[in-house]
Design a protein around this ligand. Sequence first.
Ligand code: FES
Length: 164
Amino acid sequence: MSPAPTPRRTVLRTAGTATLALAAGCGDGAGDAPSATTAPLTPAGSATGPASSPAVPPDSASASASAPAAGELARTSDIPPGGGAVLKDRKVVVTQPREGEFRAFSAVCTHQGCVVATVEDGTINCACHGSRFRIADGSVARGPATRPLPAERITVTGDTIRLA
Ligand code: FES
């Protein structure tokens, strides 16, 4: 008697939430693939995008991550340690608070809905009214926003960061 094959996708989906939480939060390496997948990802555009929001100054601590391919947010090399990148077209901010620890948040400011502009000096910054959010957890570092940026679930496989 052989049991029905384990529905691997189901298992992966079930485990996915925990894995994502680990990948996004704990960084214990359990969900991180040590093998670097060097897929030929070609930059498909600029994360800085067209001027859809006013006054987006160039940022030194944030990378203008390229959008590697559909479904992928960025490559890990696009996200500087201690900084992050605003992916305006995806309305997502990806940060790397500590080396090898990646987080993602909605890029829509919780104050009045502007897309945040930069990641500098440990904060995600909204240019509209000056709110700042911490790169580690999206919490408010400076108002007028009072609510944190909502976390986005991501997976990191090799050097590829994807929305979960
Ligand atoms: Fe971001 Fe007001 S919309 S600070």
